[in-house]
Write a protein that binds this ligand. Structure first.
Ligand SMILES: Nc1nc2c(ncn2[C@@H]2O[C@H](COP(=O)(O)OP(=O)(O)OP(=O)(O)O)[C@@H](O)[C@H]2O)c(=O)[nH]1
Length: 500
């Protein structure tokens, strides 16, 4: 017989065995009850074990990436991902290929555009419109198109633009133009497949980075939503990276690099994105694959176009510095356009086992910075990215502000935040490769222009500007400069006295 039950307890009444229970029924009931007890105890044990494991687990290391927009925060996260979550990078390789191919093709079509417009200018005009087969290939024809390319005086930050004689273009260039025409369709296809984000019009880029591209998107950068584009060609079932919309709204991703080398993405933000991914996915892999095939078949011509001295001269003349823009792959065309190309990984290392890392990558645009504050709590380290190549560029959000100055102000603000006083600060002076290139190209020209502009703007009366590159510790070289200066001053004096 079961335990005596309290007739005043309603639960005991419900659970009581039936009054006329046979011995067989009682045996069956007791079996069921024993099994239920066993399962319940098993669950209790499990919960206890999980609680203990949670207690034992090391506290995650929390790192916050800070820096102005386009300073390289997401790229740094990708490097962490490469180093510590290699398996998830491998899963995304194929998707990356489409993004990189689009960047490559856009560089090529940008060159084709200027080449076509230059050929249109230098060719004898056909008698009737459309009688020249080449004219059908020209996206920008005639004076208007050319004006458009050079329209904005600021669009060319390069003093060397248009100062060189026109390059000599031949039938060989016309042929290249013809043979590479299929890439225009490939660009269109890839843009369609990667989604609207890849053809978004960015805020204008000031300074050295592809200023000629104003008004149309050139590189698939994080700003332009390559992350959302990537999800459109990502394999089914992968957790999505966040969308640009979500990113612009709060753009804080929690990327977890655990001992198991898996990278987790904040699921809340991914939800809306995944729906879009499902819609756009049906026929993508085939298209992306055939694009790769066309690109492979054009590889030799693309290499020839990029290596051509006439084309190079034309780009210089137009102030197009493709190499400095984001998403530049033309120097690697043989590798990237090859059949079976897979995006490479560099410096891949093993994971640190047992310790979870949480890396917070927040949006750097001015409008998003107020959202940083909640992430200041309980942070172990801040990696601050300051792109030092930007000394001659202005903020996309506010063109009056110099980018380097903005970085310094931001750094000062972060350093003086009380909440962060115990946080380890790590500074990445980033984009050193671009700085090197700018230095090699002659940074003095930039400074000379700054001084000249100031003179022109603030001089009460118009006057000439004379400047020299000097190292006055070098007495020999300085003697020549001094002589030139002396002569110049004398000449001016004589002119003023109407003697000359
Ligand atoms: N050449 C060069 N390009 C870099 C470097 N670091 C970042 N970039 C490029 O700069 C662009 C912007 O980098 P992101 O990592 O997206 O910048 P971000 O700080 O996350 O930008 P926001 O999302 O706007 O806050 C990308 O196209 C990168 O490839 C670098 O050291 N050298």
């Amino acid at each position: 017989m079961g335990a005596a039950f309290d007739s005043s307890d309603p639960l005991a009444i419900v659970l009581a065995p039936p009054p006329n229970e046979t011995p067989a029924e009682r045996w069956a009931r007791e079996q069921i009850e024993a099994e239920a007890r066993r399962i319940s105890e098993q669950i209790d044990d499990q919960l206890k074990a999980e609680k203990q494991a949670l207690k034992k687990r090391k506290k995650p290391i929390k790192v916050l990436l800070l820096g102005q927009s386009e300073s390289g925060k997401s790229t740094t996260v990708k490097n962490f991902q490469l180093a510590y979550a290699y398996s998830s990078f491998l899963a995304e390789r194929a998707a990356w290929r489409a993004v990189i191919h689009l960047n490559l093709v856009r560089s090529v079509t940008a060159i084709l555009d200027v080449l076509a417009s230059e050929l249109a200018i230098t060719s004898p005009r056909p008698n009737s419109p459309g009688s020249d087969p080449l004219s059908l290939l020209l996206p920008y024809q005639g004076q208007d198109a050319d004006d458009d390319l050079d329209a904005d005086p600021e669009s060319d930050g390069s003093p060397e633009a248009d100062s060189t004689p026109p390059p000599i273009l031949t039938d060989e260039h016309r042929l290249l133009l013809l043979r590479l025409t299929p890439l225009r369709r490939i660009q269109h296809d890839l843009e369609r497949r990667l989604g609207a984000a890849s053809s978004e019009v960015p805020e204008p880029t000031i300074g050295g980075a592809a200023p000629w591209a104003r008004g149309r998107e050139f590189a698939v950068t994080s700003r332009s939503g390559w992350r959302s584009a990537l999800t459109r060609v990502r394999a089914v079932g992968r957790a999505s990276l966040d969308s640009k919309e979500a990113r612009d709204e709060a753009r804080v991703e929690t990327e977890s690099v655990s001992g198991a080398m898996e990278m987790g993405w904040t699921p809340g933000k991914a939800a809306g994105k995944q729906r879009a991914t499902q819609r756009g996915r049906s026929d993508e892999p085939g298209d992306v694959g055939s694009a790769a095939e066309v690109i492979a078949s054009c590889a030799e011509d693309v290499g020839a176009l990029w290596a051509d001295p006439g084309v190079k001269a034309l780009l210089v003349r137009r102030g197009m510095r493709l190499e400095e823009g984001a998403g530049f792959f033309l120097n690697d065309v043989a590798r990237i356009a090859a059949r079976g190309y897979q995006p490479s990984d560099q410096d891949v290392r093993g994971a640190e086992a047992g310790r979870e890392w949480l890396i917070y990558d927040v949006g750097g645009a001015r409008s998003l910075r107020h959202k940083w504050y909640p992430y200041f709590d309980d942070i172990n380290a801040i990696i601050f990215l300051a792109p030092i190549s930007c000394f001659d560029e202005r903020l996309a959000e506010d063109r009056r502000v110099n980018r380097l100055q903005d970085s310094l102000l931001l750094w000062k603000a972060v350093c003086s935040t009380k909440l962060l006083c115990g946080v380890q600060m790590i500074l990445f002076l980033n984009k050193c490769d671009l700085l090197q290139r700018k230095l090699a190209r002659g940074v003095a020209r930039y400074f000379r222009q700054q001084f000249k502009d100031t003179l022109m703007k603030h001089s009460p009366e118009p006057r000439g500007f004379y400047s020299y590159l000097t190292s006055v510790v070098d007495t020999k070289a300085t003697a020549i400069t001094v002589a030139t200066v002396r002569e110049g001053i004398q000449r001016n004096n004589l002119k003023d006295a109407d003697i000359l």
